[in-house]
Design a protein. Structure first.
Length: 390
């Protein structure tokens, strides 16, 4: 309640702790910042499931990367029809290409690791592909440090994927981690402090709306002598009046009638309280930067780094989406080539990305005007396979 501070309470009896370690525990926790846990499950709950900025950043990158057009080619030609393209078009009965890749990119962004399982069929290529949850996977390193197996654990059940039998059933894609040999580093971990600040600021704002977090004013009573106190009946009546007629949304803006020496003293917010919104916006900007998303695309106010939305969108594709897609599909094509023995390469088709159309037009114009280059050299610069007669 807003006016709970008016209630009188009995004198508290000093509490005696039964444990001798009680004072030590109490001292250890006093005045310390309560950061959220840094494991994958906790960070996912805090930064993705419970934070709109983290959720939107991951969804924006994963969905954009999953929708990136891909081409399959070798050193001689570009394929329009190929078994690998058919596998990616429908990797398993429950998912299509976009759904599988979105889950793959999402796992990589949330945990720094992405695991893809190949279900072997009668043909050379896998019959199905499945994205596995990274929080359930654990690497089993061998004597030389390279993984010899992966354990997938759900509750008390565990399945081991053997990586020493020839064809690797697991494709492990990870982000760069300077201090770990087997697991990748997640952008969510880099943004963990900003996530805690943003979530705490949101909780503070919610508490402010619910119960004002601090009284919006004070009722001061001055008796005839200036020092009298309200009687118990007067005090209870005042609380009932305030609760019934001046609290809640339906009573917002209702004028207050004071009598008998009561005076209303309004209280405003201090400058430090007003800084909460700016702190929240700064934390949101840090989260977006950690994921590589221009704050302008996230709707965060106060960001004027880019001249316009088009420039921000181009920077997002060029600096975030394209490097991510290039790394993932390179790992994916190398892994799948091991099943068929055919050296093919998956690449993002930049000619179909509208955000990069201006850059591609400029590159095509420069290459086309270079009379000192042969047709084969021009095609190689543009990332096209050589013609059959060259």
């Amino acid at each position: 309640m807003v006016f709970d501070f008016l209630k009188r309470s009995a004198i508290a009896v000093p509490e005696q702790k039964a444990s001798a370690t009680g004072p030590v525990i109490n001292y250890h926790g006093t005045g310390r910042v309560a950061w959220s846990p840094r494991d994958t499950v906790s960070l996912t709950k805090t930064g993705f499931l419970g934070n709109p900025i983290g959720f939107r950043a991951v969804k924006l990158i994963a969905e954009t990367a999953a929708s990136m057009p891909l081409v399959l080619q070798d050193c001689e030609r570009r394929f329009d029809v190929h078994p690998l393209l058919g596998l990616l078009r429908r990797p398993n009965p429950m998912q299509g290409r976009a759904e599988l890749l979105e889950a793959l990119y999402g796992q990589l962004l949330l945990s720094g690791n992405a695991y893809l399982e190949a279900v072997q069929g009668a043909a050379e290529l896998p019959a199905e592909l499945h994205v596995l949850r990274s929080d359930r996977m654990s690497v089993i390193p061998g004597a030389d440090g390279w993984p010899v197996a992966y354990d997938y654990t759900v509750g008390n059940r565990k399945h081991r994927f053997d990586m020493t039998t020839g064809l690797n059933p697991i494709c492990h894609i990870r982000n760069f981690h300077p201090q770990d040999d087997h697991y990748g580093f997640s952008p969510m971990q880099a943004a963990a402090v900003a996530l805690d600040v943003h979530v705490s600021a949101s909780h503070w704002s919610k508490a402010l709306l619910d119960n004002a977090a601090r009284p919006s004013g004070a009722i001061v009573y001055k008796g005839v002598d200036g020092q009298s106190q309200l009687s118990n009946d007067q005090y209870d009546r005042l609380l009932n009046e305030m609760a019934s007629h001046h609290q809640g949304a339906r009573n917002a803006g209702r004028p207050m009638l004071l009598e008998g020496g009561l005076d209303w003293k309004p209280m405003g917010f201090s400058p430090s309280d007003m800084e909460f919104q700016k702190t929240k916006e700064a934390a949101a900007r840090e989260i977006a930067i950690a994921f590589g998303v221009p704050p302008m695309l996230m709707g965060i106010p106060g960001d004027a780094t880019y001249a316009n939305y088009q420039e921000a969108n181009r920077a997002f594709f060029r600096l975030t989406v394209l490097p991510l897609v290039t790394k993932v599909v390179a790992n994916l094509s190398h892994w799948l080539s091991g099943f068929s023995g055919e050296e093919v390469e998956l690449k993002p088709d930049l000619d179909q990305v509208h955000a990069l159309a201006t850059e591609r037009d400029q590159q095509w114009a420069r290459v086309g005007a270079a009379d000192f280059l042969t047709q084969a050299e021009k095609r190689a610069i543009l990332g096209l396979p050589a013609l059959a007669d060259e």
